[in-house]
Design a protein around this ligand. Sequence first.
Ligand code: ZN
Length: 641
Amino acid sequence: MSFPSALPLSDVRFEHGFLADRARCVRETSLPRQWDALNDRIPGAERSGCVHNVQVAAGEKPGEFHGLFWQDSDLAKWIEAASYRLAAAPDPALERELDGIIASLAKAQGPDGYLNTYFQLVEPGNRWANLRDAHELYVAGHLIEAGVAHFEATGKRSLLDVVIRLADLVARTFGRGPGQRRGYCGHEEIELALVKLARATGEARFLDLAAYFVDERGQSPNYFEAEARLRGDEKLPWHMHHDGLATLQAATPVRTLTEPVGHAVRMMYLLAAMADLARERPESGLGGACDRLWHAILARHVYVTGGVGSEPYGEKFCEPFDLPPDRAYAETCAAIGVMMAARRMLDRRREGATADAMERALYNNVLAGLSLDGTTYFYVNPLEVIPAVTRRRFECHLVKTQRVPWFGCACCPPNVARLLMSLGYYAYGREADGLTVHLYAGGRVRFVAGGTEVRMAVQTDYPWEETVTFSVAPASPVNFSLRLRVPGWCRSAKFTLNGEQINVAIDSGYACLSRLWQAGDQVTLTLPMPVERVRADPRVAAVAGRVALQRGPIVYCLEEADHGPDLAALVLPSEAAVVARGDPGLLGGCVVLEAAGWRESERDRLYSTGPAPRRPATLRAVPYALWANRGEGEMRVWIRE
Ligand code: ZN
């Protein structure tokens, strides 16, 4: 197994600043509220049924299954998030809740290891009969991730043993051996989960199984076609129209993919697993495919907010450069998938552009998925909203113009929770020769370098402020390398060591400080954050003639709350200075951007030939991640210039 790059979450503390505040909000508000949602205790919210389903399957109460094929995965993701929270600090009440639901899951598990309440309660005769649509292995994957997280947080094997039995059943069922099915899941997830299970248990057989699922995908004869014939099911489901098997990344073997295809979350989870396997098994030849796909995504398929998957119909990747702001789907889970893939790519190769993509996704698309008060969520994250138009234009019921407490298909809320409860994984990378810092947030971290324990405090108000100070305190003087990321948007980073300015070479977006560290050493990194106007490649036709405003990693938007309706009438003159100003009273405290601009007046007819009459208007942009926290209204990221 490869060198473990993740620090234990118990060794990373986020204590102050924007990310710490968002994580605290999840810990104190979102996690308990989500538990209420999973227990069907939020009046007016869509019913989850998750806990109910498990209790019914366990024989603890009568009743019928509620929800979708993959309902169990919402609960699994919440258990994973709650486990990460326990890793950070003890919480006996939360631990008891976890023990209770894990006991029910163990009771619900079949004697052969099978666990999926939908199939156990609704279609017991149809196990593994519809891998294309039924998400059976996807659910298993989320349970496995939960089991690993719970074990690593608490040392308890209660859920780990359940998921090992489940993984063993999957291993007996699927493969190229006699009597086995040569299938794989229509929704990737189990692949990356099995890598985690292999790392947690040291059992290479789980890596073998992950590699089998990735390698078998898209081979011919196509498993999904054969399986559909067996079911007598000739019709493709609606989400596969247009792209067919490519919707599931299953039209061709994964090593032949050169552009991302199909359902965006699936594509990103597949890429995460491919990156894991490329690292664990360099001889697998997956590395080249990973690099090709990842660079294609960054070059042609990612929104300025860091999200992917522009097509609402089937939640898919589109043709290159088709990134319309108003029709953007940009599912919260897909942006989380970008972070998951990016973090794993960074384990293979430290590359600034990869970390930039991870940071962009986090600070913009992912955080927009959660309300400031931590109680409501977006599933879909367009870059431009006119509420009445947006509601009519999208037929998909998951498109909301305001965040909601829960969804009938609630993949995103617990996904945001587990992401924000595991930020330590994304922020830091352990290396054989020291520590790499990928993301900056105020707090403390502990790691071992050269056999010596090192404590490091991080002081910063990033992303609002430009400086980050690291106070390093090894137990005794020790040589190691501290690598600090220099974001791509920063062109003049400065370093001081114990008050003296130093020059540090930057290699692929990371500055490496290698020295004999002593207690009291202090490094300050300054990352100047001028306001920048971002322009898209002209092939992104939908935003031609427009700019997005960005300062540091934060992408901004205009909101109706500051301007009234008709944001399309606002124009930012190309010569206007855009000024950043801290506003501690706004949206929990943030930096806003202001500029003197114009508002075009309405005309007296729909089309006319003269210049538009206009009047001066102050443009005020707020962080996209914080939009829709002041009531329903228009929003737009790309501003006319
Ligand atoms: Zn989702």
